[in-house]
Design a protein around this ligand. Structure first.
Ligand code: CMP
Length: 140
């Protein structure tokens, strides 16, 4: 296995409920390191670009509206097998289907307001990290 990096986003539903620390505790419990982190508010253009792959989906415009509705925390996580490790601790997209102990099961509200995002592949992780961070903001 290789050391990987993945992009994590703590979404507006979680920042609104003061759950940034709760999410970070579950991340750090896996052994992944948070090697970059900043609280930002995305513009509509940034959200549209980030979720471009979902453009044809019926939930796209609601998703862009939700992701720009409040502050988010963007993070780079690093560790062995980081992409899969983070996806496992996030749990299923729909919190109702997520396993107990996962971030979405414990903290999320609904399939859209599902508290966190994590990259789904190494190629997408590289793209998503580059969209959100300058190299010097990442301190591994
Ligand atoms: P995320 O992992 O950020 O990737 C795409 C997002 O779209 C997903 O989390 C959810 O927030 C949202 N999403 C996915 N499926 C649906 C759906 N069926 N209805 C509404 N939102 C969805």
């Amino acid at each position: 296995m290789a050391v990987e990096r993945t992009l994590s986003i703590i979404k507006p539903d979680a920042t609104a409920r003061n759950q940034t620390g709760a999410v970070n505790a579950l991340i750090e419990k896996t052994g992944l390191r948070i090697i970059a982190q900043k609280r930002v508010r995305w513009s509509k253009a940034q959200a549209e670009k980030f979720y471009e792959v979902h453009k044809a989906r019926p939930f796209y415009s609601d998703l862009v509206g939700f992701m720009t509705s409040g502050p988010i925390v963007v993070q780079v996580l690093e560790g062995e097998n980081a992409i899969q490790v983070y996806r496992d601790v996030m749990g299923a997209t729909d919190p109702a289907k997520a396993a107990p102990g996962t971030i979405r099961r414990e903290l999320a509200e609904s399939i859209e307001r599902n508290s966190v995002h994590g990259s789904d592949s190494a190629a997408n992780a590289a793209i998503e990290i580059a969209l959100n961070f300058k190299p010097e903001e990442i301190v591994g």
